[in-house]
Design a protein around this ligand. Structure first.
Ligand code: ZN
Length: 102
C-alpha cells in the first residue's frame, strides 16, 4: 500500500497517510495541528504510480543490463576478466599469502 507523506506548511511537521486509491490522496489535514495547507513530499512511493508500474518500467532496463553484462563477459573485458586474474584460494594458501598466516 502506498504511503503518502505531507509536510504541514503551518507547523512544518510531516504526516504520513495511507490511501487505498491514489485519487483519495487529495484533501488531507495535518495530524499535528489540523491545518489543511499540506505539501506533498515526493518519495519513491508517492509519485502516483503503482508498484506494478514500477516493475514494468524497471524490466526493460534490467534486461538490457543483463545483455550488456553478458556481452562484456564474452569479450573478456569486464568483471569476468578480473575474476579470472584472481588466484584461487588454494593457490594463495600455497604461495604464503599473509591473509592465511594467522
Ligand atoms: Zn501542522
Amino acid at each position: 500500500m502506498p504511503i503518502y507523506e505531507y509536510r504541514c506548511q503551518a507547523c512544518h511537521r510531516v504526516s504520513s497517510f495511507f490511501f487505498k486509491v491514489a485519487s483519495a490522496a487529495r484533501a488531507v489535514n495535518c495530524e499535528h495541528c489540523g491545518d489543511d495547507g499540506m505539501e506533498r513530499i515526493m518519495s519513491s512511493f508517492s509519485q502516483g504510480r503503482t508498484e506494478a508500474d514500477e516493475y514494468r518500467n524497471l524490466d526493460p532496463r534490467y534486461y538490457k543490463m543483463v545483455d550488456d553484462a553478458m556481452s562484456k563477459a564474452s569479450s573478456g573485458s569486464d568483471p569476468d576478466h578480473y575474476l579470472r586474474q584472481m588466484a584461487p584460494f588454494s593457490a594463495a594458501e600455497k604461495s604464503g599469502d599473509p591473509y592465511f598466516n594467522e
